[in-house]
Design a binder for this molecule. Structure first.
Ligand SMILES: [Zn+2]
Ligand SMILES: [Zn+2]
Length: 306
């Protein structure tokens, strides 16, 4: 199966306060025309237009938490989609409270969606699985309920090899289901069978992990295990490490520690405080821990392919 590349565009990379160089947080993943928008800071829809991304296309939006810098772009996005006569349904995922925010903000501004919209309030665990990709969420550590997401594109579990199963005397039924799900089983005669004995090698997909705002935390390390790309917030540098922890944020070296512990292949830091107009100091601090690190810039594009 041919694996489509994942195109990543940083729409906005600021933390809280926009600057002339950095817009409010949003990242767009585009895999063969499927758009996944991660957070939606103010003005996201305009930047997407400027970059040639159609607002009437197939799109899902994933919100990490309900701080204004990550969601104030949503009502504006919906209003713009209304005016563009969007017909495709829009699905929005995020923590508890997202539905109320969207209903209140669009109702009180007379910009309720005229196209189908479905809001999914999600928590830790599998969020969705479709033909092109799957999404998992984990709770991150911030000052309000907060999620990080893992997106897996393409790839597949190992195929079940019927002839092997029959040769081992495994009959159709729950034992086969367990093995297909990657779990070892004990046969009625006491033999133990490992999944690798009856499954072909799995094909790895492309994994991207995105944190909104978070302290350095174990759940993100687990979520980012082996990811091709970790997009992690790095609001501050070592000079403000204590303040970062108090505010539920990470420093550059925190983000790098997470990438290193998770054995991620690459780290891109985003959500950069306006205190660092030149993020070089953050890059230096992070690379001392994890060499494959860069700081995101607005409109920077990356391509991941297998
Ligand atoms: Zn933020
Ligand atoms: Zn926040």
């Amino acid at each position: 199966m041919r694996m489509m590349p994942v195109n990543i565009t940083f729409i906005g990379t600021a933390a809280g306060l926009p600057t002339p160089e950095r817009g409010l947080p949003a990242v767009l993943l585009d895999c063969d025309g499927d758009y996944l928008l991660l957070d939606c800071g103010e003005g996201t829809q305009r930047t997407m237009m400027q970059q040639g991304f159609g607002l009437c296309r197939r799109m899902r939006i994933f919100i990490t938490h309900l701080h204004g810098d990550h969601v104030f772009g949503l009502p504006g996005m919906i209003q713009t989609m209304n005016l563009l006569n969007r017909v495709h349904p829009l699905e929005v995922y995020g923590p508890l409270g997202l539905k109320e925010f969207l209903e209140d903000s669009t109702f009180s501004t007379m910009s309720e969606p005229v196209f189908p919209i479905k809001v999914h309030e999600v928590a830790h665990g599998r969020v969705l699985s479709c033909k092109a990709y799957s999404v998992e969420a984990a709770s991150a550590e911030h000052v309000v309920p907060d999620l990080a997401y893992r997106f897996e594109f393409g790839g597949s579990a190992g195929r079940f090899r019927l002839a092997k199963a029959e040769a081992l005397g495994i009959k159709e039924g729950p034992l086969r289901s367990e093995l297909k799900a990657g779990r070892s089983v004990i046969l009625p005669d006491g033999r133990r069978v490992e999944p690798a004995e009856v499954l072909s090698s799995p094909i790895p997909g492309i994994a991207v992990v995105y944190t909104g705002d978070t302290r350095r935390c174990r759940s993100v390390v687990d979520l980012a295990r082996g990811a091709d790309l970790l997009i992690h917030e790095a609001t501050f540098g070592a000079d403000l490490a204590e303040y970062a922890a108090e505010q539920g944020h990470s420093t550059a070296s925190d983000a790098a520690e997470v990438a290193k512990e998770a054995c991620a292949k690459r780290l891109i830091m985003t959500h950069i405080s306006a205190r660092y107009p030149d993020p070089e100091v953050l890059v230096r601090e992070a690379r001392a821990v994890f060499a494959e690190t860069d700081a995101a810039k607005d409109l920077a594009r990356y391509v991941l392919k297998r």
